[in-house]
Each structure stands twice: as C-alpha cells, then as structure tokens.
Ligand binder design. Structure first.
Ligand code: IPE
Ligand code: IPE
Ligand code: MG
Length: 253
C-alpha cells in the first residue's frame, strides 16, 4: 500500500476480507487508468494495454453483478484524451465500436443495461450507431446499470447543462429561482442516476482528471497503484471493503 492509499484508501478496521451485502455502494465509478504503462512495462505498444483493459472491464462487470452492485460507471475516454496521438485516438474509437458490438449479446443476456454518457458530437458515425443500438437493446434490463463515460468531461457535462437551462430561461419556460440542485442534476448526462458512493482510480494517480465533478461531491475515493488491466475481482472487493469501513458524514457530525 502506498502513501496515498493509506491517506485516502483506508482498509476496514477489523481487516476482514468480506463484503457486507447490506452496505453495498449503490453506484461505483471507476477511472480505468494505467493501460499504457501496463503495456509499456511488458515491452508492448500502448494499444495492447487498451485491449487488455477491455478484457478486464469484462471481469469487473461480472464481479459487479455477482457482488450485487446496482450501478457501475467507467471512465473510458475523456474530453482531454483527444490530445493523444491520432493513431491512439482512432484505435480507441474502433475499440469502442468493436466492444459494443461484440459484447452486446452477453451483456444483454446477463441483464446489463448500457448507457454511454458524454458528448456525442465529434464521435464517428459508426460509433453513434453502435451506441444507439446497444442502448435501445438493453434499455429494459435491471440487474446492473453500466454507464460508459466516453468523450466525457465533468466540466463539459456542467456546461451542457448550463446551456440547456439557460435556453429554457431565455424562452421563458423556467424561472431562475427554480434552479436548485435537484433541477440542475436532472440536466446532467447522469440524470436519473444516484451520485457515485465510491470512486476508484487505478494506476496510482491522485487526481480526478475531470471525471464526474458535480456528481462526486461526497463520493469516497479509493486509489489503487495497480494498473487497470491487472485490477482483478480481488482488488475490486478490497476497494468495496475499504469503502464499507469509511465513516461518511456529508458535512455533519
Ligand atoms: C487509461 O489508460 C485509458 C484511457 C485514458 C483511454 P491510459 O491510456 O491513460 O494509460 P496510462 O495512464 O498512460 O498508463
Ligand atoms: C483519465 O485518465 C481518463 C480515463 C481513464 C479515460 P488519463 O490518463 O487521461 O488522466 P491523466 O492525463 O493522467 O490525468
Ligand atoms: Mg492515464
């Protein structure tokens, strides 16, 4: 355990390695970081790491279903990730198409509802079609709600909400006094979803990198040094156990 983890990722006081089914986080969000370093450490191209990362997402989705987590949001491509070399960006876009098409059957069979959150503008036509198809197909599923944050940025999320609210105000449909937290939340990409209780970041960086800024106001943070492709079910369970050992105060006493 590194210094950061000790500071913000406390393990359960009794050290017991079991999850309390009555205190499950209702929404887990994961910053899936470290694919590139994982690959580089093995002398492989970064793209190899992204592919291994997809494989691991499958593991964590299955684990979420078996643990009984109702909602999982994964950060897969940020609004800032466009800054990467065009070959890597193109590879990631193609990978999403492939995953949405290839995994849809199994996810659907397992009762997973898929939503892609983030800006749709700038995405290739093929990606837009794949997103719409999988969202439509899985819309009725209730076992696990899986949100894939793609072309997602917390600031962009807040701005698109502000813009749409401003349009309503300008049109005379909404009074400025009616803008409260509940209304604002309903304009975010995550409308209708509970705030994340637990935000996990793999790959060891101690930052939020523009993920769910508004929504994680009171989320518990857990950072693991393990690179995403190696973050297996056991690591995941450990994170949930650490969460269950936290005392949440929400500003109270
Ligand atoms: C996370 O892994 C996946 C994406 C951001 C698409 P990285 O690609 O950021 O891997 P590192 O952080 O460079 O190791
Ligand atoms: C955060 O990882 C975004 C995703 C995991 C999709 P980054 O690798 O982009 O974050 P920084 O650049 O280290 O802050
Ligand atoms: Mg990274």
């Amino acid at each position: 355990m590194n210094e950061g983890q000790q500071r913000i990722g406390r393990t359960a006081a009794n050290g017991a390695a079991t999850i309390d089914p009555n205190k499950l986080p209702q929404h887990v969000a994961i910053i899936m970081d470290g694919n590139g370093r994982w690959a580089q450490n093995r002398g492989s191209a970064r793209t190899v790491g992204h592919r291994a990362g997809v494989q691991n997402l499958r593991t964590i989705v299955r684990a979420s279903v078996s643990i009984g987590i109702p909602m999982l949001t994964v950060f897969a491509f940020s609004t800032e990730n466009w800054e990467r070399p065009p070959e890597e960006v193109a590879y990631l876009m193609k990978l999403l198409d492939e995953v949405l098409e290839r995994e849809a059957d199994e996810l659907h069979r397992n009762g997973v509802r898929i939503r892609v959150i983030g800006a749709r503008t700038g995405l290739p036509e093929s990606t837009l079609r794949a997103i719409e198809a999988v969202e439509r197909r899985t819309a009725g599923n209730t076992r696990l709600w899986l949100n894939v944050a793609w072309n997602y940025g917390g600031r962009a999320d807040i701005l698109q909400a502000v813009r749409r609210i401003a349009e309503r105000v300008a049109a005379g449909d909404l009074a400025p006094e009616a803008i409260d937290e509940q209304l604002f939340t309903s304009f975010l990409y995550t409308a209708g979803m509970p705030d994340p209780d637990l935000v996990i970041r793999t790959g060891g960086e101690l930052r939020i990198s523009n993920f769910l800024l508004w929504q994680s106001a009171y989320a518990e943070l857990y950072v693991s040094d393990v690179y995403w492709p190696d973050f297996d079910e056991e690591h995941y369970r450990k994170a949930i156990i650490a969460y269950q050992g936290r005392q949440r105060r929400f500003g109270g006493l």
